[in-house]
Design a protein around this ligand. Structure first.
Ligand code: 13P
Length: 252
């Protein structure tokens, strides 16, 4: 059965004290929400992962990182390895976010290596894909997403792909206040699931979790999450306020 997920990608926001407050508020609110087969993941900046993981021990959320480097250890100044994340009980890691593709020139091949490195250490990659506006306007959005998945994920075995979460984040919807319509999200999610079915099997495709990201908020989450192939959301701006984030969780 598919796990439904709401994950908060805090990006580069919050001081330590602010982060502590937000995490505590979210943890307290989650105590009163039955989650069943649903999962809440908080992805704060690296510096706050240990604190988040400590709170998570007694709370109903998991912790994710926003990035990693694909090596166990070594001379990679400023980088953080999956081994280190694992040692802090970090269970998820976002990779392939469009901001990292854009500002840090991350290639499909590099993301394939990150995927392998995370799986090797039992951390679930949350793999982001999505097109920029000119690609959608040119009608190339399906091809763009297909290439991203094919070149970074489709070398995996069927068992391995079963341990991946995919997040469809159309770049034109990120931080813009303009979300994909529920119809646009459903169409792309169904396409992604179809690609997984063709490459692996219908059963594996049925079980894979596909999140929507891009201006998802307390107002539109209900409608987006009610789409057949939308299994939850990867939330940016609206994950920075406990009230908004919790409201999104209740839409799951
Ligand atoms: P916003 O929700 O701020 O549009 O960001 C989405 C995102 O990039 C999540 O990874």
């Amino acid at each position: 059965m598919r796990t439904r997920i709401v994950a908060g990608n805090w990006k580069m926001n919050k001081t330590f004290k602010e982060a502590e407050k937000l995490i505590t508020e979210i943890a307290d609110a989650l105590d009163d929400i039955p989650l069943d087969n649903k999962e809440v993941i908080l992805c704060p900046p690296y510096l706050y992962l240990e604190m988040a993981a400590d709170v998570a021990e007694e709370a109903n959320f998991s912790v994710g990182a926003q990035n990693c480097y694909p090596a166990d250890c070594g001379a990679y100044t400023g980088e953080t390895s999956p081994v280190m994340l694992q040692s802090l009980h970090v269970d998820y890691c976002i990779i392939g976010h469009s901001e990292r593709r854009k500002y840090f020139n991350e290639s499909h091949e590099f993301l394939a290596r990150k995927t392998d490195a995370l799986l090797k250490h039992g951390i679930c990659p949350i793999f982001c894909c999505g097109e920029v506006l000119p690609e959608r306007e040119a009608g190339n959005h399906f091809d763009v997403v297909k290439k991203q998945l094919t070149e970074s994920l489709f070398h995996l075995s069927e068992e391995e792909i079963g341990n991946i979460v995919i997040a469809y984040e159309p770049v034109w919807a990120i931080g813009t206040g303009v979300n994909a319509t529920p119809g646009q999200a459903q169409e792309m999610h169904a396409y992604i699931r179809q690609l997984v079915a063709e490459k692996y099997s219908p059963g594996t495709a049925e079980n894979i979790t596909i999140l929507y990201g891009g201006s998802c908020n307390a107002k539109n989450a209900d409608e987006l999450f009610s789409q057949k192939d939308v299994d939850g959301g990867l939330i940016g701006g609206a994950s920075l306020k406990a009230e908004d984030f919790i409201s999104i969780v209740t839409s799951l």
